[in-house]
Design a protein around this ligand. Structure first.
Ligand SMILES: C[S@@+](CC[C@H](N)C(=O)[O-])C[C@H]1O[C@@H](n2cnc3c(N)ncnc32)[C@H](O)[C@@H]1O
Length: 304
């Protein structure tokens, strides 16, 4: 079968391979609202190609910067995260988009007064006094590498200023308008994943992109994250007829185990491998031999 991949190259693929979106004609949606480590927007088209053809409400319980939500632009969605200031940003985008533009513009204007580094440090000091969405919005756009990091002992946001110049308010405003439309169907909730997943009903789809406990411990409160608890929620969803797709980082996954935690037998039906511009789908293999030497950027486990 010949299909167009993300790189717009023709690839020869074998028969047990899932459809790859034909991206040759439509430019993929790559405009980012927030800069966020672990953002999935680049891979979102491929991830979405593994979703069921039909589902009711879309759930994204580890929202972060909403890379998949933005590309999917679902009619009806529940988008949630435990990081309260982050959810404030999404709620402001949804309910008061002009306010979101103003919040960014006010902080950006400090550059002209104080210089880029001092402006950033003053916003960061304010955020660390009282964590809030308006400051986090500017920090994630202006911080080094978009890596919003917190000190383990006291939760202090410690990332230094980035070497790049943050985007101008004009450019940010355009992004706000685009993202406001694309996320109209979503309601944004500050929830632990387990609470959000409880709301999913038969025929709904849950896409999970959790933090990985060993590598992201100081990022966005991942300290308390438990994969075992996530597996319990996925099992409960599957039993109710909810479709679940779990993203995993290839380097944290080997054979039957994810971050040294055994994946419960029978929980997932299939496994998909996502590489740069290429995807493969296999029946879920529990022997740990499949494609171990293959350079994999991301993997998906599917309950259907
Ligand atoms: C890897 S990031 C998601 C990235 C996202 N796919 C994107 O495109 O930006 C993981 C997210 O999980 C959130 N998180 C951590 N623990 C959580 C929990 N117990 N319940 C819900 N969200 C949680 C973090 O705040 C973070 O935003």
């Amino acid at each position: 079968m010949l299909v167009l991949t993300n790189n717009h190259q023709l690839e020869l693929l074998t028969d047990d391979i899932a459809p790859v979106p034909k991206l040759g004609k439509i430019k993929p949606f790559r405009t980012q609202l927030l800069k966020w480590i672990g953002n999935k927007q680049q891979q979102a088209d491929l991830i979405i190609s593994f979703f069921p053809k039909q589902f009711n409400t879309y759930f994204e319980p580890f929202l972060g910067s909403g890379g998949v939500l933005g590309v999917l632009a679902p009619k009806k969605a529940v988008a949630s995260d435990t990081f309260a200031p982050l959810i404030q940003i999404w709620q402001t985008l949804h309910n008061h988009k002009e306010l979101l533009k103003k919040q960014y513009a006010e902080r950006y204007a400090l550059i002209a007064q104080l210089g880029k580094k001092t402006a950033y440090e003053s916003v960061r000091a304010n955020y660390n006094r009282i964590p809030n969405g308006a400051d986090l919005l500017y920090l994630c756009r202006a911080c080094y590498g978009g890596v919003v990091r917190f000190r383990k002992n006291d939760g202090y946001m410690s990332t230094p200023v980035g070497i790049h110049d943050p985007i101008t308010p004009d450019s940010f405003n355009k992004r706000v308008d685009i993202w406001h439309i694309r996320t109209q169907g979503a309601c944004f909730l500050h929830l632990d994943f387990a609470e959000a997943m409880k709301q999913a009903k038969e025929g709904d789809l849950v896409y999970c992109d959790p933090p990985y406990s060993d590598s992201q411990a100081i990022l966005y409160g991942a300290q308390t994250f438990s994969l075992q608890r996530l597996f319990n929620s996925i099992a409960a969803c599957k039993a109710r007829g909810v479709f679940v797709v779990l993203s995993i980082d290839g380097t944290k996954y080997s054979g039957r185990k994810l971050c040294n935690i055994a994946i419960p037998n029978g929980l997932f039906e299939r496994e998909a491998f996502i590489n740069v511009g290429r995807s493969m789908l296999k029946r879920f293999q529990m022997d740990g031999k499949s494609l171990e030497n293959h350079e994999v950027r991301d993997r998906l486990l599917l309950t259907f």
